[in-house]
Write a protein that binds this ligand. Structure first.
Ligand code: AMP
Length: 549
């Protein structure tokens, strides 16, 4: 066991849970885990203020797994989550952490799937039930005893559940469970409505909050890119093409991720290496020395392994995985901008992690600018610039040293110097494309819009919104093709009743169950007020600003 795994071992969790966590590649508990796990293990009720990205799922899943009895084949823990996506994610996390606990079964219960198999899984002895409140209430209506044996309840993203109108369902669920249960509530925010629930349903809860102090990071230019989790590696590769860096450190969360990203970078010709807690201390020192003296340009590290790393050459920090808390963000990006130099920090944010980004902005007191993936043109320009920079210093002496050889080669091959230079270039660029059409075809990334879609479209159809023109915003109506709507009906209604000219309306996208219309941002509120009572195809239009975040 490496010294870092002691972090989890010290938490007094069942060894099979610790083993599964270590096998997952976690090196040490995050702050919320450090604080919550002992409290939940001791059987207390708890209110945890934490958002996605802090490691909150493991903060409750690990101690709950410890506290259930796998030999009893009945529901023992219920986790409530606001959306089907989160319920599935939490259920998968439980399965991962329970990998070495034979006999533990997890069932996810959510709307949109048949009820029969879900109920059967519960009755067949799943100890952990992860559910959305609405669907769970449907089950309770069929079988009011379904939760009678549950003695651990977790409300995950409680504020989101209330926002989605699950208050009444929650009350029904509380009533269907034994009074003596342990209740844990996680929420990013604690509005009065959440505090009221805690007041009524939690018993002397302990509070856990990760305190954040304001920190300064002024010399560092910060930006973020919204990206889907499975697109992180191609996104990093693309960003690296245009970023002019000297040395770079990329932070990820797991050992496996250090290895995966480092090998993807090496495959693209970067001098990169992984740095994680499994690597022996002397080897780690070698990696850092290589980064210092330029034998390496990129190190992909976990937070633990990068402790104490101070390399003045570092111009860039890539936060490929979100840090657990703002302090560690500040700590990470402080690896650049050393000794008064400018540094640049890039953060990859998945749609669910946007809240964490806001917390970081609040704590650092600085806005982090959004960047988009570089276009094919930008990638091509950067490649040509690199080539120019590498060739320019050679030109002065090359003719003297290689002129005769050039004459001979052109004579032997029977080609022009231009043809020969072109052949040499194609060899020198090592197959890297240097024409726009080919660069466009490379790395067919799902646009970041797909990441936006994952969040905003949880209950809509899944299609990527198009980029918006400057000064336009997207508005949404619940009317779609299934209501007999066509784009021209929407256009006609908005033009007539809104008093707009055609040019001011952008794209109109009609989907089956909703439509999107691009409208001018300026005067939008007035326009929406004018359209308040507008009807299209006999139905109320009810156009609203569409928030893609
Ligand atoms: P969550 O905040 O629960 O959504 O977790 C965010 C991400 O962090 C998930 O991908 C987890 O697998 C990962 N994670 C949670 N705890 C740890 C840890 N101690 N070390 C490394 N990764 C972790």
């Amino acid at each position: 066991m490496t010294q870092e795994t002691g972090g989890f071992a010290a938490l007094e969790l069942h060894p099979s849970i610790v083993a599964a966590v270590i096998a997952t590649g976690y090196e040490e508990p995050s702050a919320i885990q450090q604080q919550s796990i002992p409290i939940i293990l001791a059987g207390h009720d708890m209110i945890g203020q934490a958002q996605t990205g802090t490691g909150k799922t493991a903060a409750f899943a690990l101690p709950i797994l410890h506290r259930i009895d796998p030999s009893k084949r009945e529901p023992q823990a219920l986790i409530l989550a606001p959306t089907r996506e989160l319920a599935l994610q939490v259920a998968t996390a439980f399965e991962t952490y329970a990998k070495q606990m034979p006999g533990v079964n997890v069932v996810a219960v959510y709307g949109g799937a048949p009820m029969g198999p879900q109920l059967k899984a519960i009755r067949n002895g799943a100890q952990i039930v992860v559910a959305t409140p609405g669907r769970l209430c449907d089950h309770l209506r069929r079988d009011e005893k379904v939760l009678a044996t549950v003695n651990h309840l977790v409300l995950d993203e409680a504020d989101e559940m209330l926002k989605l109108g699950f208050m009444d369902d929650l009350e029904v669920i509380f009533d269907a469970m034994p009074e003596s249960r342990q209740t844990v509530l996680f929420s990013a925010t604690l509005p009065a409505s959440i505090r009221a629930i805690a007041e009524r349903h939690l018993k002397e809860p302990k509070h856990v909050k990760i305190q954040s102090k304001t920190q300064t990071v002024s010399a560092i230019d910060q930006a973020y890119l919204l990206v889907h989790a499975d697109q992180k590696v191609p996104a990093v590769l693309r960003l690296l093409e245009v970023e002019e860096f000297d040395a770079l450190i990329a932070f990820v969360r797991t050992k496996q991720a250090t290895l995966d990203l480092a090998s993807a970078l090496e495959a693209k010709g970067y001098k990169a290496a992984a740095l994680n807690g499994d690597i022996a201390q002397n080897q780690r020192e070698r990696v850092i020395d290589s980064l210092k003296d330029g034998r390496l340009d990129i190190v992909v590290a976990t937070d633990v392994a990068a402790r104490g790393l101070d390399v003045p050459r570092i111009t860039h920090v890539f936060n490929v995985d979100m840090p657990y808390d703002p302090e560690s963000y500040v700590h990470r990006i402080g690896r650049t901008g050393r000794a008064g130099r400018d540094g640049r920090a890039l953060l990859l944010v998945t749609p669910r992690e946007r809240r964490m980004l806001q917390v970081i902005e609040r704590v650092t007191g600085q806005k982090v600018a959004e960047v988009r993936l570089p276009t094919a043109q930008a990638v091509l320009d950067a490649r040509i610039k690199k080539l120019t920079n590498s060739l320019a210093p050679l030109v002065a002496d090359a003719e003297a040293s290689h002129g005769e050889l050039l004459d001979r080669l052109t004579a032997d091959i029977g080609c022009s110097p231009r043809a020969l230079a072109a052949a040499l270039l194609s060899k020198a660029t090592n197959g890297q494309s240097l024409d726009l059409a080919t660069v466009e075809r490379e790395q067919p990334l799902v646009p970041t819009a797909s990441a936006q879609r994952e969040r905003s479209g949880e209950r809509h159809e899944r299609r990527a919104p198009m980029p918006l023109a400057e000064g336009r915003v997207r508005c949404r109506t619940a009317l779609g093709a299934r209501d007999g709507i066509a784009a021209k009906n929407l256009l006609g209604a908005i033009l007539n009743e809104g008093g707009l000219v055609r040019e001011s309306i952008g794209r109109i996208q009609v989907r089956d169950s909703f439509s999107l219309v691009e409208l001018p941002e300026d005067g939008l509120d007035r326009l929406l007020a004018k359209l308040k009572d507008t009807r299209v195809a006999g139905k109320q239009l009810k156009l609203r600003r569409y928030r893609e975040d």
